[in-house]
Write a protein that binds this ligand. Structure first.
Ligand code: BG6
Length: 505
């Protein structure tokens, strides 16, 4: 049976499954005049609107401190007249008077546009504001009880705390106004098609599950390389660093999806329960092991695309003796029956020579190798998930070179998304729609966040109490393989050069 969307049936599929109605609602975007709202949220909403995936009746209420007109805010993007009609900007702060003004605006908009008071609160404000705002919304009558006739949801951006204690404190504050099931913690990597496909690849193909374990897998590498430096975010990044900014959330989520057990069903709770079990099985990071389980780096001056760029310590807003990590490399262990003994190498860095997020699963060699590869050492079998910017799954195999003898050659079976699909949709679009639909599957539960912080806390504390001093910078901007990363490798292992797969699609 085919299914198409029309004006009467505004619905969308929930995670891997049935279709759900998007109920009429009011989207209240705090930080409405800010960068995230303008760059990501409004364009995503406008795109969903064009695709007729928004509810039949909805309004976007952007809330900000700046005094500006709705038209002025929208003049920064390309939006249809129809979309603009659904959009209002108001200036309000988060004081009791400001929240009262907001409540009045919400009541008025809902009454005029015949929208029931279903509220999707999106906190696109600096994280210091989350706790106060969540409480203020509850006090101001903008949060319904979780089981009432109307709903309220709270979407929260990262950073979600900066260590375990602050994450717990934030959770407690949010939970004083909202129930856990009303809180949608965004990790935009979960909105990426290629990340979601990790689950489908693993659990919808019978050929991989039997070999997805320590009997057959040698090691796993997860890599997130960016060419961008700190840009104009030194204020945030210098207090954060790559471990907090990329590993605690995005790369740990990827790790969970690659290593979790099959969930009992596709419900949000079943999937998140399995991710939590992976986090629980992580061997605690000890700063004292040899080789070390974690190393950090920071970029010095270098070149990106032929252009000279300053070192991190020379960037505007960064302390000249900053010990903030702009690169990290880790060797992790998931100590459970499936994964015991399989090292998981994770690295992430800013100002690398290329952009790419990849996962590589390398298989063990056969116990008895028939073919003497001699000098032509062949690569092991490997599956490479190219998450972005190219989207692909590659299966690396060994084949026979045509000719009389059994000469071996490395070959690859490539599945490039672009050959089959249009996957240009931004992660935000998918996640915004899921929040409107009330599907929390692709959002992070509080225990996931807390366990991830718990795992990294000791390392963060160790680094904080041991300033890097002259050890930084330890890689030039534009490098692809900071040498310091080699320190975490076990004998015989090496980091993969993912740039060799840059042009497969
Ligand atoms: C954000 C980080 O969460 O993710 C940024 O704060 C980083 O520092 C960004 O650049 C990377 O996202 P993407 O989708 O470009 O890989």
């Amino acid at each position: 049976m085919s299914f198409s969307l029309d004006d009467k049936t505004r619905s969308s599929s929930n995670f891997f499954g049935g279709r759900r109605e998007a109920e009429d609602c009011l989207l209240i975007i705090f930080g409405g005049s800010g960068d995230l709202a303008k760059r990501k949220l409004f364009p995503s909403l406008s795109h969903l609107f064009m695709k007729k995936q928004m509810p039949k009746r909805f309004r976007v209420l952007a809330v900000g401190r700046k005094d500006m007109k709705t038209e002025e805010l929208l003049s920064m993007g390309k939006y249809s007249e129809e979309f603009r009609k659904n959009f209002v900007y108001i200036q309000a702060d988060y004081s009791p008077a400001g929240i009262a003004k907001l409540k009045q605006a919400c009541d008025q908009i809902c009454a005029e546009s015949q929208i029931p008071p279903n509220y999707l609160h999106y906190l696109a404000v600096p994280p210091e504001g989350y706790a106060g705002l969540a409480k203020a919304l509850a006090r101001g009558g903008l949060v319904h009880p979780p089981k009432g006739e109307n709903w309220s949801r709270l979407v929260v951006e990262k950073p979600y705390g900066r260590d375990l204690a602050s994450a717990i404190e934030l959770d407690e504050s949010l939970l004083s106004g909202f129930a856990e099931k009303q809180i949608y913690r965004i990790d935009h990597y979960l909105g990426k098609e290629t990340v979601q496909n990790l689950l489908v690849f693993r659990f919808a193909n019978s050929v991989f599950e039997p070999i997805w374990n320590n009997h057959y897998i040698e090691n796993i590498q997860i890599s997130g390389a960016e060419m961008l430096g700190v840009e104009d975010r030194a204020d945030y990044f210098d207090k954060s660093g790559s471990l907090r900014d990329m590993v605690q959330n995005h790369l740990m989520q990827i790790l969970c999806l690659v290593m979790m057990e099959p969930p009992v069903n596709l419900s949000a709770e079943a999937i998140r329960d399995e991710k939590v079990k992976v986090l629980r099985a992580l061997r605690p990071l000890s700063p004292m092991t040899v080789p070390p389980m974690a190393v950090r780096g920071q970029y010095g001056p270098g070149e990106i695309k032929g252009q000279a760029v300053p070192g991190y310590r020379q960037e505007a807003g960064v302390a000249p003796d900053s010990s903030t990590d702009t690169f990290v490399a880790l060797r992790l262990n998931v100590d459970n029956a499936r994964w015991a003994g399989v090292p998981v190498y994770v690295r992430s860095g800013k100002r690398m020579g290329r952009k790419g997020t990849e996962v590589a699963v390398t298989f063990k060699p056969l116990p008895h190798i028939l073919f003497n590869a001699g000098e032509q050492r062949s690569e092991p079998n490997r599956i490479v998930f190219k998450i972005q910017p190219q989207e692909a799954i590659l299966l690396e195999l060994t084949s026979k070179n045509p000719g009389q003898s059994f000469d071996l050659t490395d070959t690859s079976m490539n599945f490039c998304y672009s050959d089959h699909f249009d996957t240009s949709a931004d992660g935000y679009e998918r996640l915004l729609l899921d929040a409107v639909l009330g599907d929390p599957t692709l959002f992070v539960r509080s225990d996931e966040t807390e366990l991830s912080w718990k795992f990294l806390d000791a390392l963060l504390a160790h680094w904080e109490s041991h300033p890097a001093g002259k050890a930084f910078p330890n890689y030039p901007a534009g490098s692809n393989d900071p040498k310091v990363a080699d320190e975490v490798l076990l004998v015989g292992d090496r980091w993969l050069d993912f740039s060799k797969w840059d042009n497969v699609c």
